[in-house]
Design a protein. Structure first.
Length: 479
């Protein structure tokens, strides 16, 4: 039970991706004055050598050897261990001095760059529509209700309730005719299709007097959206009397309409992926993993406080406070070293299993389970799960999440294991090369895969077809 807090901390540190770890360490630096960052000097040869030595010791030392003594009578053994910390971690004689002017200038430049690269707040859908609405002539009652309607549009640009329901909760006196006037004005604003109550209304609002195939479009939207979704063009031809070629041309126009006109105003930010690991070939052509630690502070324990503790110049309360803070710092630093060791070993074991992927691409990925990696590394499978969670690795094939390398598979006719990713790639290629006038059914896809040595059940093929967003054979057919 005494080890539980340390084990919990170690697991939490292991699970953090690189940028979350950076934030965690910066927070620890603020809260624990015993910790300091080696800063700009961390890349000096001497410091790097000391850090590498600490990394190697973290890998080689058993966990028990790193435990503090927490239950002796007077804390003498614990205290002696703390006094020996100067021998375990890099020297910090270069600390304590003020930051150089160059360092301060560099940090100032970084802050300026960060501020200048901040994304400007984009115009919202409501702002865009309100700007147009203000130029329209209408009564104060209609204008006030119109502005209320604009604030009730969802992310797609639609109203999620009927007009009478909105009038009922509006809270001001307004007739249904006035409410309809406000709605009609808003529905004429750009982008067309906003303030619709459903998909049909949204699409119909985008059909203008000048739209090609206007009459056919209105008929298709009003009565045959489901038939279009199922590619039942001959049925539409029989029901409407329109020529199938005109229906196909109108359908192409329909596909240019926007069912979610409000989406263009959302701020979609691509996630900033920072790799935790890099894999590169060494001088012998062997794939080797290295840990990314450029972004994280280099923590060590303040020499000033260690000397204060050593000299015994402080009163007992201060002495005990320093001791506890140093102990907490030591635990954190050892958790970081343990993270380094575990993550590197797990990633290297994954890379050793997936060399074909690195050399030839995704079509050569092999089936791999976390338990296999746990057996190689000699840890519990949950440790592997935590190690790969939300971690990214830079490879010659691009940046991938570590979890990408895990997955089940099947056996081909030769008895070799084949990853499901390879099956999906094969399935997609077969569909791309099929005759679109007579697309392959799921049963035919089963036969095609079997001809290439992959025997799968029909339900499995159907599952992967849907996962790849490949429509059914009827929907893929071209008339």
């Amino acid at each position: 039970m005494k080890l539980a807090p340390r084990m919990i901390q170690s697991m939490e540190i292991l699970q953090l991706p690189i940028m979350a770890l950076k934030e965690r360490l910066e927070e620890e630096l603020r809260e624990n004055e015993m910790l300091e960052d080696q800063g700009s000097d961390r890349d000096s040869p001497e410091i790097r050598a000391e850090i590498d030595r600490a990394h190697e010791e973290a890998v080689e030392r058993p966990l028990e050897a790193r435990e503090l003594v927490v239950d002796d009578k007077n804390g003498e053994a614990d205290f002696e261990r703390l006094l020996e910390m100067s021998e375990d971690w890099p020297n910090d004689d270069y600390l304590g001095a003020r930051k150089s002017s160059n360092r301060m200038s560099e940090e100032g430049d970084q802050y300026t760059d960060m501020m200048s690269n901040m994304v400007e707040r984009p115009e919202s859908l409501q702002d865009h529509l309100l700007e147009q609405f203000r130029f329209l002539e209408c009564s104060p009652t209609v204008r006030s209700f119109g502005e209320y309607l604009l604030q009730n549009l969802d992310a797609n640009g639609r109203l999620s309730a009927s007009l009478p329901e909105i009038v009922q909760v509006y809270g001001e006196k307004i007739t249904l005719d006035e409410a309809q006037t406000a709605l009609s004005l808003i529905q004429k604003l750009e982008p067309l299709g906003v303030a619709a109550r459903d998909l049909k209304e949204c699409l119909l609002l985008q059909v203008t007097e000048n739209s090609p195939y206007r009459d056919i479009l209105i008929t298709l939207i009003s009565s045959h959206l489901e038939d279009l979704a199922q590619n039942r063009l001959p049925l539409i031809e029989r029901k409407t009397g329109y020529d199938i070629e005109d229906i196909k041309d109108a359908y192409e126009v329909l596909r240019t309409l926007n069912p979610t006109p409000g989406r263009g105003f959302e701020q979609v930010s691509a996630p900033n992926v920072v790799p935790d690991l890099y894999v590169e070939p060494d001088e012998n052509g062997q794939w080797k993993v290295r840990i990314e630690d450029e972004y994280t502070p280099r923590l060590h324990i303040s020499k000033q406080y260690r000397e204060l503790l050593q000299k015994g110049a402080s009163d007992p309360k201060t002495r005990d406070y320093i001791k506890r803070k140093i102990e907490s710092a030591k635990w954190l630093m050892e958790s970081i070293e343990q993270r380094y060791s575990t993550l590197r070993r797990v990633a290297q074991a994954i890379v050793d299993k997936q060399t074909e992927f690195l050399e030839h691409g995704p079509e050569k990925i092999v089936p791999l389970k976390m338990q296999q990696i746990a057996d190689v590394v000699g840890v519990h499978v949950t440790t592997v799960s935590r190690a790969v969670d939300d971690k990214w690795i830079q490879t010659p094939r691009g940046i991938y999440p570590l979890k990408r390398f895990f997955g089940g598979g099947t056996t081909n006719e030769e008895g070799d294991e084949v990853a499901w990713d390879i099956i999906r790639i094969k399935l997609k290629k077969i569909v791309e090369e099929e005759d679109k006038d007579d697309p392959l059914s799921d049963d035919a896809l089963v036969d095609k895969l079997a001809a290439e040595g992959y025997k799968l059940a029909r339900r499995t093929v159907t599952k992967y077809r849907k996962a790849l967003n490949i429509p059914s054979s009827r929907q893929r057919r071209q008339y």
